[in-house]
Design a protein around this ligand. Sequence first.
Ligand SMILES: [Zn+2]
Length: 213
Amino acid sequence: MLIDLHNHTTYSYDGSNTPEEVVENAIAHGVETVGITDHQFSIGDRISEYYSHLCRIRRQYAGRIKVLVGLEIGTRPEPRDLLADAAYDFDYVLFECLDDKRAMDWYEFLEWRRLFSCPAGLAHTDIFALGERYGLDMFAELRRAELFWEINTSGNYPYYYDLLTNTDKQNMVSRSGITISVGSDTHWIGEYRFAQLKRANELAVRLGNPIMK
Ligand SMILES: [Zn+2]
């Protein structure tokens, strides 16, 4: 079981490959479930074009790889309210950067999150730091709000390296029962970090929690 639920395409301002190229690259690496998650602020008014394009790809590749139609939603500052309606039919959404100082307040986020009925998770978020900032048991928060947590293997987020080696944190995650996801956050397939993705998938399985797939 190999999943990669965080990928960008040319629908994102910072993505260099078409959705087809991203999916082909995932197939070439033996990934079984690939999710496309372009930035909502970059897709803008093309959201229905984006959605139908990805649905077409999901059908086209069925049997070879499972394609999930996702969306990454920025929280600094908060996006427009209508977004929850637009995101209704997505396989899942990722909320990013909630641990950033400029991000939406956590309590405000929890209210807003309830508008989204599809599966949802936190992308590249240091939940240990976030929990400390608010004085909250972040595992309980995630369970209550039905949010999964992403292990982001892009190399840009220190919590990933910490989790790989910190057995205390691994045990905490394991006991917590939260759902885990793994995402490469790839913006260009020429820089696909497959070894890291594989390692994080193995870790996610070892932690024994249900995995978003
Ligand atoms: Zn991303």
